[in-house]
Design a protein around this ligand. Structure first.
Ligand SMILES: Nc1nc2[nH]cc(C(=O)O)c2c(=O)[nH]1
Ligand code: SF4
Ligand SMILES: [Mg+2]
Length: 255
């Protein structure tokens, strides 16, 4: 008999309750599940802790308390599911599966999404988009897809690997949109971002059904208003719906 459900094992960094701080769903209450480990090395990364595998998964006890309890890694998807349900409060919109990079643990990411779907909880899936093949294993179980697009100047990977990375990211964005997920394509903008990189990228997103978000870096490298205007103008030559949305969770002081 084919099992209906497989419990998978993986490495998590955190499970907590917060408000989505990025993109067009900003302000939506979510339970966040942050996987540990990432294959890229973006210059602006603010998830340093979760880029490597961690010993413990920190779980928030009461929403907003910031009080985190530790659980030894690896953990199972069914355990994570119970913790998600424990943090699910009235008004919660969805479960954000984020990282690190969830697709570094594809079976685990798929199991997490499957558990949520089985409970009827909508899934918001964040990925750096490095593998379209892996993304295809989760795409049918998610409702929202937030896919990063890395520019060469982000130094996410060695220069020789960037073309393959961007092809995969665009593949993920198109696959999510085709599968009927609400799709968000996100590019982080720094003061050092060359306009030419936006000029080269944006024609490739023409006609793709996704919300296109420029996210100003919030720490070191934060772009000036003038830079943001110029980048927005360049992107808008190719799409009519370009949004500039900063990271609101950092302003609110929530996790
Ligand atoms: N509140 C909140 N919103 C977020 N949106 C994306 C996040 C991330 O770390 O990827 C994040 C996060 O860490 N916290
Ligand atoms: S893909 Fe995300 S988690 Fe990975 S290095 Fe880049 S910003 Fe950090
Ligand atoms: Mg992220």
């Amino acid at each position: 008999m084919i099992p209906l459900y497989t419990d998978e094992v993986g490495v998590l960094a955190e499970i907590f309750s917060s408000f989505q701080g990025e993109g067009p769903l900003v302000g939506r209450r979510q339970v966040f599940v942050r996987t540990a480990g990432c294959n890229l090395s973006c210059s602006y990364c603010d998830s340093a802790k979760s880029r490597r595998e961690v010993k413990f998964c920190e779980v928030e006890r009461d929403p907003g308390s910031g009080l985190l309890l530790r659980r030894n890694n690896p953990v199972t998807s069914s355990w994570a599911n119970e913790e998600i349900l424990g943090l699910w409060a009235s008004g919660t919109h969805s479960v954000s599966i984020t990282g690190g990079e969830p697709l570094c643990q594809p079976e685990f990411a798929a199991a997490l999404a499957r558990c949520c779907a089985a409970e009827g909880l909508p899934v918001y899936f964040e990925t750096n988009g490095f593998s379209e093949r892996r993304f295809l294993r989760v795409v049918d179980r998610i409702d929202f897809a937030a896919v990063d697009v890395k520019l060469p100047s982000h130094r996410a990977c060695p220069p020789a690997d960037w073309l393959r990375l961007v092809e995969n990211e665009l593949g993920c964005i198109k696959a999510a949109s085709r599968a009927g997920a609400v799709t968000i394509a996100k590019v982080v903008i720094l003061e050092s971002t060359p306009i030419e990189e936006i000029d080269r990228l944006c024609p490739r997103l023409e006609g793709v059904e996704a919300t296109f978000v420029l996210q100003p870096a919030s720490g070191i490298g934060r772009p000036s208003p003038e830079k943001l205007m110029l980048i927005h103008q360049a992107a808008s030559e190719h799409r009519g719906d370009v949004l500039v949305i900063p990271q609101a969770h950092k302003m609110m002081g929530v996790l």
